[in-house]
Structure formats: structure tokens, C-alpha cells
Design a protein around this ligand. Structure first.
Ligand SMILES: [Fe+2]
Ligand SMILES: [Fe+2]
Length: 170
């Protein structure tokens, strides 16, 4: 019988027979997905100056990456690339919405990224973007004194690392 689950990283609910290996919305790994009654997903946090700066920067990174992936999906020469970049776009847009909630914004700001004309160039760009995001999120996790902010940045490191699989051979 199906149950209601909730991801503790993005806060979104999921209906299924069992917890998925990865959150279908933000990509968080299985340990972050709990039955809805047991899940803790707090977004109303007191941010110190450093956390606020890092949360704003993270929002910018996610908006930029989501916009880039949307462009790459549209330009893709084949169906695989169209679907891959679309999946990445959806995950990064979900990450942007996590920071939108934490920063208590009305909406996610619009991005203005462009992309290259070929999948191989866009995969190389993906690799660079994901690597930069991982380095920044690692540092932001270390810098934070807030356990919830740390938890989110650490989960994002794991998720963005998963994305490197797709650009490994570029
Ligand atoms: Fe999630
Ligand atoms: Fe992301």
C-alpha cells in the first residue's frame, strides 16, 4: 500500500510504496526521505550574516544553473540530451526554491544564462558549473553554525556530485 513520504531537504511530499532512493524533486539521498509524520523540514530559520550571504549566493548559483540547463535542453541535438538537461534543470530549480523559502522571498528571481549549441560543449560547461557548486557548498557547510543550514549544504554537495556522473567523460 502506498504511503506519504516527505523529503527533509526540499520539504516536498511524495506518494509511493516505499521511500525512493533519491528525492524525485531535489535529488536528496534516501536517508533524507521519511514518512511524512516523522519528517523534519524547517525553512523558517534565523540566519546570521554569513549564512545569509551564502544562502543568497546559493540561490544565485541555482537560478543560473537551472537557466543554463533549460537552454541546453532546448538546444540539444538529440532526445537523450534534451531529457538529461531537462532533468537537471528541474532539480536545480527545486534547489533554487529551497533558498527562496529560507530567504523568505516571494518568488525565485529570473535567470539570464545562455548556453552553447552542442551537447558536448554544454556537458563540459555542466561539469564546470557542478564542480564550482560543490566547492562552494562544501565551504558554506563548514562555515555555518546552524545545523539545518549545514544539513542542506551537505545534502546539496551529495546531489551535485551525482550530476558529475553525466559529464565524466567529456
Ligand atoms: Fe527533496
Ligand atoms: Fe543544485
Amino acid at each position: 500500500m502506498v504511503k506519504l513520504f516527505r523529503c527533509e531537504i526540499c520539504g516536498d511530499p511524495y506518494i509511493g510504496e516505499s521511500a525512493p532512493d533519491n528525492c524525485p524533486f531535489c535529488g536528496a539521498h534516501k536517508p533524507h526521505i521519511k514518512e511524512s509524520g516523522e519528517a523534519k523540514a524547517e525553512f523558517d530559520l534565523e540566519l546570521n550574516g554569513k549564512d545569509k550571504v551564502n544562502a543568497e549566493k546559493a540561490l544565485g548559483v541555482e537560478v543560473s544553473n537551472a537557466t543554463f540547463y533549460a537552454c541546453a535542453s532546448e538546444k540539444s541535438e538529440d532526445e537523450y540530451g534534451r531529457l538529461l538537461f531537462k532533468a537537471l534543470k528541474k532539480v536545480e530549480a527545486e534547489h533554487a526554491s529551497i533558498w527562496k523559502k529560507i530567504l523568505k522571498l516571494e518568488s525565485v528571481p529570473e535567470g539570464s544564462e545562455t548556453c552553447a549549441q552542442t551537447n558536448s560543449e554544454n556537458l563540459a560547461e555542466s561539469h564546470a558549473r557542478e564542480t564550482r557548486a560543490i566547492e562552494f557548498y562544501k565551504k558554506a557547510a563548514e562555515e555555518s553554525q546552524n545545523p539545518r543550514i549545514k544539513e542542506i549544504f551537505q545534502a546539496l554537495v551529495e546531489i551535485e556530485k551525482d550530476h558529475l556522473v553525466f559529464s565524466r567523460n567529456v
